[in-house]
Ligand binder design. Structure first.
Ligand SMILES: [Zn+2]
Length: 261
């Protein structure tokens, strides 16, 4: 898509070059319009989750032929969804990674402890879940450090992973992550569960994109309270039938150090 913006921009300039020099005003106007269009288009495509991050490391999946995936749950903790997801994970004896919103974790430390005591990993999903792409480095740093402290105060002592809200990333935010030596753990399989599309659709969205090494994005903190619980039960059952094993993010990353976008 970035290529599309570049092609559009380049084609425009070639067309401008072909115009007779008498049409100087028109040339300038076309150049201005192309610039105005190309900048936001390029910015948008650089900021979305499935394009490379400008600074530092973002990971969407790992390269492997092994049937392994990581389940990740964002935006919690939120009752009763988080408890429901934990019950489903316990029933299937699989571990996942929860990317927590700091202000929610602060209000529900018991649920956070329940998550890591069950063997799941915890990640930082900022304090208030702002999109970070046009924020200052100090704002980004404060959102991350505040949430790290809350997670540590809950007693969690393992590595805290980071995921940017909505998976978006641009300049100051990715620069700050690089300076803080933090990877951005993104995803290649999206359940689109925040739109509450119903259990079947959530399952279908995951099953059509999942492959060996996938990081699957689900939400225990938004969307319908119960659908993701039911959908998780079905997704885990189906993936197990296909021979998949479920790893936490740290376990998945050990499989492929080159995992990067
Ligand atoms: Zn989120």
């Amino acid at each position: 898509m970035i290529i599309a913006a570049i092609v559009m921009f380049s084609t425009g300039f070639i067309l401008i070059a072909w115009l007779p020099s008498k049409l100087r005003k028109i040339k300038l106007m076309i150049g201005f319009i192309l610039t105005v269009l190309a900048i936001p288009i390029a910015t948008f495509f650089v900021s979305i989750p499935n394009t490379p991050q400008i600074f530092g490391i973002a990971i969407r999946c790992v390269q492997t032929d092994e049937k392994i995936v990581a389940l990740t749950y964002d935006d919690g903790p939120r009752s009763p969804t988080t408890e429901g997801v934990l019950d489903v994970l316990a029933k299937h004896q699989v571990n996942a990674t929860f990317f927590l919103i700091g202000e929610r974790a602060e209000k529900n430390p018991t649920l956070v402890r329940r998550e890591y005591n069950a063997g799941h990993e915890l990640g930082n999903h900022t304090y208030t879940h702002p999109v970070l792409i046009f924020r200052t480095p100090s704002f980004v740093r404060e959102q991350i450090e505040k949430t790290d402290k809350i997670i540590r105060d809950c007693g969690y002592d393992k590595e805290i992973f980071f995921r940017s809200p909505k998976g978006m990333k641009l300049l100051a935010d990715s620069w700050t992550l690089k300076k803080m030596n933090r990877k951005n753990i993104l995803f290649d399989t999206v359940a689109w569960d925040w739109d509450s599309p119903g259990v079947q659709k959530i399952v279908d969205n995951v099953m059509k994109d999942v492959r060996p090494g996938s990081i699957i994005l689900l939400h225990d903190g938004c969307g319908d309270e119960h659908d993701v619980v039911e959908a998780s039960d079905i997704i885990i059952t189906r993936l197990k039938e296909q021979g998949y094993k479920f790893l936490t993010i740290s376990e998945l990353l050990k499989k492929d150090c080159s995992a990067k976008i």
